[in-house]
Design a protein around this ligand. Structure first.
Ligand SMILES: [Zn+2]
Length: 758
């Protein structure tokens, strides 16, 4: 019976093919009908003994990288999916590569102690979808020859560079290229070198920054290894039109139905609706936490094939046909998890705040319409306006939450909480939900007061309600109108400034990171450092000035002493504009140190640079910050946008400041001396400054305090540049008792006093 049905279906297709020619074209069997068939083909790549060529002096150039195959053998691999996609070179080659920008050259230097790679290569596996096969065919004579010995292990290593054995997941640009049978500019070279070990140079066509240079590093002894990206930047041809950051699928609406059980068993159905942003996409990539198990993905009631790998996490979905760019589709994900939420006694744990629903692309905005079914014994809060609440029976409450506008990150919190309202007319409706109540009033006060402080200095957010909630973790996280705060801050009674800054940092994200979003990882300090420094300024208003300067001092020591630290590595820190890439296997703590702490210092320096030292007024700085917030509220901003706001307000070019402090890594040491000479009843103060540890063209405007005793002081500003600066201050009416450089910590630097050098 089954056989009969199949036969008749076959006949039906053949007959109708005449009338629906496009159907037969799109009905053509794809090269890889499933992800697994693609993975198997890639894993099973074989050298083709009929396509072996001797090469000498063959040259391949890809952007700023060149591969000179001086002497050896190149062997093409047998086609997969109908196309030759790989080749193996064995012999002697030279690989040369110079990153085009100073930031990337310096990053290369921090990792490999050179600004330019030129190294001998012993063997190399190439993966490509570009012109490589044609270039090889025109320059080499391929014939049947015995395969070079050892070729199989070289090829196996190369395959290991594009497939994670552990997760059974292939590199995503290569995956999309193979599954969708693309001819694009994909090119990977996985090389074995004596000097640098295993290295990889790639043109990944679907990355916003296509050029990538990586080195194989071991994570820990006996814990495997991975290719760590050292350089990454955009091609000369600019940003690709299709890329994984944008996502092939622009989700604009999430409909969520989530049930949480008594022991926090988690089940969620998410319907995502959006527009396909790539032409003829057949496979879409979604991110999910690897705690989430996907049971099915369907479209219009029909289940779709998908692939999650061994560990879950990323998920590839196979669409039933090729769609046109701009087509609108809805996908329904049915997921569950026994691990994403757990409970130990009264402590509730949420392992991943946003990974429980599927994401497509990086930093995308959508409307969230979410319904939650929660045991009554728990307190539950989610992001958005609560639009309905219904008690189903004695046990379960169903609530529905809707975000009034498109947002980036959606989350909730659930716990054995007690809730308290903070009544204040100047605040949105504000509730605190926590398990621990020891320091709850302090936490509420910091949140309420910092909210009002930011409202005053930056402007109104226009939100109606605000929920602060406790989590059983050591970090905090901010969502529109909702905070996750570490339990630790609810237990710690210390008023040293850390708790104040911790809470106020998360509140500040409502302005920086959520209110004004950042464009790319290069601009992330606009969120983290702005929140950190805002929180420090709040702390300065509620605690003593000393605590503010103590914290700045601690951050400075961390930044300067990092190289000497017992736990830090010897590798120097990268610049703020490297964002998350400041952290690497060699510089593990640097994201926090550089993006948060040095970033906060950069704002502190700007505040000081625009300080009127005569009146001590700070209007300029606050006006700049407010203008930046108002201009970019609801938008994504870049570091350049911030620079332009400053330049528009002050009318001066501050490019040099950003070059030095955001893209640069120098931190000056000033050796300072002064002498005083009486002159016609007045006093001439001469200053001498040696600028050390930075390039000679480094410059900074530094306040100098002249102290006459009896609380009489004068501050003047000096623009210091060059190896040595010598200048006189304006004539002073009294004889100074002391002259101090940088007394307000206006510049991130070290100061040493010295004797005058004639
Ligand atoms: Zn933060």
């Amino acid at each position: 019976m089954v056989a009969f049905l199949r036969n008749s279906l076959f006949v039906f297709l053949v007959l109708t093919g005449l009338y629906f020619s496009s159907f037969s074209a799109s009905g053509q069997q794809p090269a890889f009908p499933t992800y697994k068939s693609m993975l198997d083909a890639l894993q099973g790549l074989e050298p083709d003994e009929t396509k072996v060529a001797s090469v000498s002096g063959f040259f391949l150039q890809r952007e700023t990288a060149s591969f000179n195959l001086e002497e050896g053998t190149i062997t093409l691999c047998k086609p997969i999916g109908g196309k030759v996609r790989a080749a193996v070179f064995m012999g002697k080659a030279t690989f040369s590569f110079t990153p085009p920008s100073r930031v990337e050259r310096e990053q290369l230097e921090r990792h490999l102690e050179t600004q330019m790679i030129e190294t001998e290569v012993e063997s190399m596996v190439l993966f490509f979808a570009d012109s490589t096969e044609r270039e090889l065919a025109s320059g080499c004579k391929f014939t049947r020859q015995p395969l070079p010995s050892g070729i199989n292990s070289v090829l196996k290593n190369g395959i290991g560079g594009v497939i994670s054995k552990e997760s059974e997941f292939a590199e995503i640009d290569l995956t999309k290229t193979l599954l969708e049978e693309k001819d694009n500019s994909l090119f990977y070279a996985i090389m074995h070198t004596e000097k640098y070990g295993e290295i990889q140079w790639a043109f990944a066509p679907y990355d916003e920054e296509q050029m990538q240079f990586a080195k194989l590093r071991s994570v820990r002894v006996n814990q495997g290894s991975f290719y760590e990206v050292i350089n990454q930047y955009q091609s000369e041809s600019g940003e690709p039109t299709e890329n994984f950051s944008k996502g092939d699928f622009e989700i604009n609406h999430y409909k969520i139905d989530c049930t949480i059980g008594k022991s926090l068993e988690f089940a969620v159905t998410t319907t995502v609706t959006g527009v396909l942003s790539a032409e003829s996409a057949r496979w879409l990539l979604f991110d999910l936490s690897n705690y989430i198990k996907v049971s099915s993905i369907s479209m219009d009631g029909a289940e779709l094939p998908f692939y999650e790998g061994k560990n879950g996490g990323d998920c590839w979905v196979n669409l039933p046909k090729k769609y046109k760019q701009g087509d609108s589709i809805s996908l329904k994900f049915v997921c569950s998890s026994e691990k994403i939420m757990t409970r130990i006694e009264n402590w509730t744990f949420l392992e991943n705040s946003i990974g429980w629903y599927p994401h497509s692309g990086y930093k995308k905005y959508a409307i969230f319409d979410a319904t939650f079914h929660i045991p009554k014994r728990y307190t539950f809060v989610a992001v958005g306006d609560k639009i309905s609440s219904k008690e189903n029976d004695d046990e379960v409450i169903t609530t529905q939450w809707l975000t009034p506008s498109k947002i980036r990150n959606y989350s909730f919190n659930i716990g054995v909480f007690s809730s308290k309202k903070f009544s204040d007319n100047e605040l949105p409706e504000f509730y605190m939900h926590s398990l621990n109540t020891d320091q709850r009033d302090n936490v509420m006060q910091d949140i309420g007061l910092s909210f009002k402080f930011y409202q005053k200095i930056y402007g109104d957010l226009g939100i109606k309600h605000f929920n602060a909630t406790e989590i059983s973790a050591l970090h905090g996280e901010a969502f529109p109108g909702m905070l996750h705060l570490s339990y630790a801050t609810f237990l710690d009674a210390e008023n040293k400034g850390n708790n104040e800054v911790f809470c106020a940092h998360e509140v500040a994200h409502q302005w920086w990171g959520i209110g004004v979003d950042f464009q790319s990882y290069h601009d992330q300090w606009l969120s983290e450092a702005f929140s950190e420094y805002s929180a420090m300024m709040y702390m300065q208003t509620v605690l003593h000035n000393d605590k503010f300067f103590k914290m700045l001092g601690k951050y400075r020591e961390g930044i300067i002493d990092k190289r000497n630290s017992l736990f830090g590595s010897m590798t120097k820190s990268g610049p703020i504009s490297l964002g998350r890439r400041t952290s690497s296997t060699l510089t593990q703590e640097d994201y926090d140190l550089i993006v948060y702490k040095k970033g906060a210092w950069v704002l502190h320096m700007l505040r000081n640079m625009f300080l009127d030292v005569k009146t001590m007024k700070e209007d300029a700085f606050f006006k700049i910050m407010k203008t930046f917030f108002e201009t970019y509220k609801g938008k994504r901003a870049t570091t350049q946008d911030f620079r332009h706001v400053i330049e528009q307000y002050t009318g001066t070019d501050v490019g040099w400041f950003f070059d030095q402090w955001v893209d640069g890594t120098g931190i000056p040491l000033y050796k300072f001396a002064y002498k005083v000479k009486e002159q016609e009843g007045k006093f001439r103060v001469s200053c001498q400054i040696y600028q050390v540890n930075v390039p000679p063209d480094f410059r900074m405007s530094i306040p100098i305090k002249v102290d006459f005793g009896n609380n009489q002081i004068v501050r003047v500003r000096a623009m210091v540049t060059g190896k040595k600066a010598e200048f006189d201050l304006p004539l002073m009416p009294l004889k100074p008792k002391d002259v101090i450089l940088n007394d307000l910590e206006s510049v991130l630097c070290e100061v040493e006093t010295m004797d005058w050098i004639e």
